[in-house]
Design a protein around this ligand. Structure first.
Ligand code: CP
Length: 321
């Protein structure tokens, strides 16, 4: 943990890379949320730009599919006035056998300043951060099952917008926790921000062994797990990461763990419903809930821009130290 923290925070105590929430201090997470608050209004202006990263070049390196993360990082960078390059891995020379390190060296030769990385391998963003030139910042846009730190921060931002005081909350994270980098980062973020009760809810096959060591409670019965919670975070079944049959069927999963209007009534009357997306309607969530008045799923997407602006501004700012 110490090594990861040192890798992320430079000699001046500033955030150089954003790779994982694990090991970051509460004050830094609060700074991200506060900086995001300052950027949130920019999307509503006639001119949706501030000159903070003018002259910087940011590369989106996505080795795995993405809708929300890639586009909101691109919008965030453009709203900060940076130049953005989206490297299409499918049509890049990686397909001709170029190694990741050689791709990085070539992008460095183009005087890029920041890489936003999504990769199917856990640890890929750390590997890149260890191997880039010292002036480059790396932001993890999701690596394998390991971490998705900006998703966790935009979720925390959304929760703070609705609930204000982290110290009084009960949060249920429901579904495929085993394969979820969002769940891991979210647990680290919520516990660091002081949420006293985080429950992970799901079938035994989809809850990682020893998850209690992260300070959460485990519940295999969704009715019990949702009782009186303030926030429900639904997770997608990550079938692309599953090896072997961990579930009888999608229909059976929905019957046992799907969030329906009836189950939502078990939570507090002002509970909010979150989902990092993409959602699978009728598998982990009923459309009436996903599109209903308690759902903040699309707000999460909007907040992602402001939070990613904050993280980019902070990591780029670390170079000034
Ligand atoms: N939440 C999330 O990571 O969505 P994408 O896969 O579309 O980026």
């Amino acid at each position: 943990m110490k090594r990861e923290r040192n890798l992320q925070i430079n000699a001046h105590g500033r955030l150089q890379h954003f790779l994982t929430i694990e090991g970051l201090p509460r004050e830094l997470l609060i700074e991200i949320l506060d900086r995001a608050e300052g950027f949130a209004g920019i999307g509503g202006r006639a001119v949706k730009k501030v000159p903070l990263l003018r002259g910087k070049t940011i590369v989106n390196l996505f080795f795995e599919p993405s809708t929300r993360t890639r586009t909101t990082f691109e919008l965030a960078a453009k709203r900060l006035s940076a130049d953005v390059l989206n490297l299409n891995i499918e049509s890049s020379s990686a397909k001709k056998g170029e190694t990741l390190l050689d791709t990085l060296r070539n992008l460095e030769a183009m005087h890029c300043d920041m890489f936003v990385v999504r990769h199917h391998l856990s640890g890929a963003a750390h590997f890149i951060a260890r191997n880039v030139a010292p002036h480059i910042s790396v932001i993890n846009g999701g690596d394998g099952r390991h971490a998705h730190p900006t998703q966790a921060m935009l979720d925390a931002y959304t929760i703070r917008r609705h609930k204000r005081d982290f110290m009084r909350l009960k949060v249920a994270i429901v579904g495929d926790v085993l394969h979820s980098r969002v769940a891991r980062s979210e647990i680290h973020a919520l516990k660091t921000l002081g949420v006293p009760e985080v429950r992970v809810v799901g079938p035994r096959t989809l809850i990682p062994a020893g998850v209690e060591e992260m300070g959460v409670s485990v519940c295999h019965d969704i009715e019990t797990g949702l009782k009186n919670v303030d926030v429900i975070v639904m997770l997608r079944l990550q079938t692309e990461r599953m090896r072997g049959a961990l579930l009888p069927s999608a229909a059976e999963y929905f019957r046992l763990y799907g969030l329906t209007p009836a189950r939502l009534k078990l939570a507090r009357s002002d509970a909010i419903v979150m989902h990092p997306g993409p959602i699978n309607r009728g598998v982990e969530i009923d459309s009436q809930v996903a599109d209903g008045g308690r759902s903040v799923i699309l707000q999460q997407v909007s907040h992602g821009i402001a939070v990613r602006m904050a993280v980019m501004a902070m990591t780029a700012g670390s170079q000034a130290g």
